[in-house]
Design a protein around this ligand. Structure first.
Ligand code: G3H
Ligand code: ZN
Length: 280
């Protein structure tokens, strides 16, 4: 069934568990996430990023409606989240498309402007009953950005600053920089677990780990034990999807029916989803 992100995150936080959020690009991603959640017997968050909306021609409705339909038809509790929104118009469109939550990403702005813009977004979201996440301390590696060294001093969230930011903005969850980086295809990131514990102490709302595709299993388990709640996974699904398509097409020069290679690609994503869910 389609459920609310806020309820999934609150339940996970109360029980000291993690809740995974997987990025949807195509219909097959949504189907694979639902199948993986059913296999694992776990809830999950289906998230669509602004980048994915742009890929679909800037129209939120079609991919959102398809993803919501997959969630409604599933036996697993699944919610719909709009991820990494930087455009105000897209943020406002979320209210009409079945989303129960949004991540407003003002992390590219200077600190003062980040607070102001996020405060406005929070006011708007809460008036409509939407749960809202924001980011402080940049998790690097998004497309078009200069790659950041995950261990560079600038790529960490300060606990005191994080607590003040949450109080000033009223966000429901906070994405923090603790050593992960977006779009990693190898699971080689090392997280700062002492910092995660300090952030959990200081920050009154659930913490979100972005770029979890690059984080090894044991590091994810330790991060959840230290207080990380929402675990965002995108690239790992694409690695599985593309790997399966490539293997199929490398071995077969004749097939033209996309279902022949999308089926194993969807299977591979579903197994990846179940693997992540098994950690939480
Ligand atoms: O918001 C989405 C996530 O942070 C996904 O990051 O693609 O590196 O797993 P990833
Ligand atoms: Zn992210």
């Amino acid at each position: 069934p389609l459920v609310n992100t806020g309820d999934l995150v609150s339940a996970a936080a109360a029980e000291g568990r993690g809740i995974a959020a997987f990025n949807v690009i195509t219909l097959e991603h949504a189907e694979a996430i639902a199948a993986g959640a059913e296999t694992a017997g776990a809830p999950a968050i289906l998230q669509i990023s602004e980048n994915a909306v742009t890929f679909h021609g800037g129209t939120l409705s079609a991919i959102a409606a398809a993803t919501a339909a997959v969630a409604r038809a599933s036996s697993a509790p699944l919610s719909l989240h709009l991820d990494h929104v930087v455009t105000g118009a897209l943020l406002r469109a979320a209210a009409d498309e079945g989303f129960s939550s949004v991540m407003y990403d003002a992390s590219r702005l200077a600190h003062g402007r980040n607070i102001e813009a996020t405060e406005d977004a929070v006011r708007w979201a809460h008036e409509r009953g939407l749960w809202i996440e924001a980011e402080l301390g940049k998790v690097g590696g998004k497309e078009g950005e200069a790659p950041l060294d995950a261990h560079a001093p600038g790529v960490r969230t300060d606990p005191e600053e994080a607590a003040a930011y949450v109080t000033a903005t009223g966000v429901d969850a906070l994405a923090v920089a603790v050593g992960s980086s977006h779009a990693m295809t190898q699971r080689t990131a090392t997280l700062d677990h002492t910092l995660i514990a300090a952030l959990r102490e200081a920050v009154p709302v659930p913490l979100v780990l972005h770029g979890s595709s690059g984080v090894p299993d044991e590091e994810i388990r330790a991060a959840v034990a230290a207080g990380m709640v929402k675990i965002n996974v995108g690239t790992a699904l694409n690695t599985a999807f593309t790997g399966a398509v490539r293997a199929f097409l490398d071995a077969d020069a004749k097939t033209v029916d996309p279902r022949k290679y999308l089926a194993p690609a969807r299977e591979a994503m579903s197994a990846t989803v179940a693997g992540f869910l098994g950690l939480l």
